[in-house]
Design a protein around this ligand. Structure first.
Ligand code: ADP
Ligand code: MG
Length: 320
């Protein structure tokens, strides 16, 4: 099937005064209609930058290269008006912290109404009825009353539901959920993930679920892309990635997951941190932290190795 969104060779360079720092080094990722893709990697891997770049939200200091196509239409370098028509309507994005995305001085109903007006031309009683239906749909009780409340009157979890309602107002083909549950406690996190799963199924909407936590995407993605230092280092169907991870970085992320059964144990996190743009080692960016690195890993950036038709990993050790 033709992809809904196809990212090819996406590069992002940030112009920071005297230097230009490359944050993305050629990202390839295609999302099929209705598909759920997990994008995981530690903080600083380039997950958010990938989708902010795709939607033209990075600002003037970012220089973009490569291609981002929405059903064949090139979005990179598209006129602002065209991007504004795509954002929210075709591709909607929600973020980690709902309190910074919601406007504290406007009632919840008005904020959903703005999205309904912008994307679907609804106003007045029709907009209010649809806003109420959306609040219902995202599991907010007493929706009629909540429409007239302000964000500070709602809990963090409820505000994230409101953000989801605003995203749904445009009936997007793709929802990009960037760490949507990271700011929430574990019980609420599970509820929001259940809601996203349900909504995606009902609306036949594609979803990119971004998280630093493989556990969060495990049950909510058909495929998983693992990102490290501005590159996708492994891409596989979810079951394959968990059963036969190929990249040592993926194995490291898996080892850091808590056991679902049995006593809580200390997590074996990968020692070290993701290198910042401009401070990448010359060869494989993961080599300095990699338990399987060999001298050659320090000399050249590893090529993408195809292990199976839908399973790739950029590691010179996987071919061996
Ligand atoms: N506007 C910016 N200017 C300079 N560097 C940036 C900017 N935005 C992000 N970066 C850098 O790009 C890298 C990737 O960031 P990001 O995509 O936010 O990571 P993630 O979402 O995976 O945690 C980080 O090192 C971050 O510091
Ligand atoms: Mg991020």
């Amino acid at each position: 099937m033709a992809p809904l969104v196809e990212i090819r060779g996406l590069t992002v360079d940030f112009d920071v005064g005297p230097r230009v720092l490359r944050a993305l080094h050629g990202v390839d990722l295609a999302i099929g209609p209705g598909e759920a893709v997990g994008l995981v990697g530690e903080s600083g891997s380039g997950k958010s930058v990938t989708w902010l770049a795709a939607l033209g939200l990075l600002g003037a200091r970012a220089r973009l290269g490569g291609s981002v196509r929405l059903q064949g239409e090139e979005l990179l370098g598209a006129p602002v008006r065209r991007l504004e028509a795509v954002r929210g309507r075709r591709i909607a994005m929600i973020f980690q912290d709902p309190s910074s995305s919601l406007d504290p001085v406007h009632r919840v109903g008005r904020q959903i109404g703005e999205s309904l007006s912008l994307h679907r031309g609804l106003a007045g009683a029709a907009a209010r009825a649809e806003a109420r239906r959306l609040l219902d749909r995202v599991g907010i009780a007493a929706a009629e009353r909540r429409l007239d409340e302000y964000p500070h009157q709602l809990s963090g979890g409820m505000n994230q539901r409101v953000m989801i309602a605003i995203a749904l107002a445009g009936e997007p083909d793709l929802l990009v959920a960037d760490e949507p549950t990271t700011a929430l406690d574990a019980t609420i996190q599970a509820q929001i993930l259940d809601l996203l799963r349900e909504l995606r199924r009902d609306a036949r909407m594609a979803m990119v679920l971004i998280s630093h936590d493989l556990g969060v995407v495990a049950e909510n993605a058909d495929r998983i892309a693992v990102m490290y230092a501005g590159r996708i280092v492994e891409l596989a169907p979810t079951a394959t990635l968990f059963a036969t991870p190929a990249h040592p970085y993926t194995s490291g992320l898996l080892a850091a997951l808590p056991d679902l059964e049995g006593p809580r144990r200390r997590l074996t996190a990968i020692p070290g941190t993701v290198p910042e743009p401009g401070r990448l080692p010359p060869g494989c960016a993961f080599a300095p932290r990699c338990p399987r690195a060999e001298p050659a890993c320090d000399t050249a950036v590893p090529a993408d190795v195809v292990l199976a038709p839908a399973h790739h990993a950029a590691c010179r050790r996987v071919a061996a």
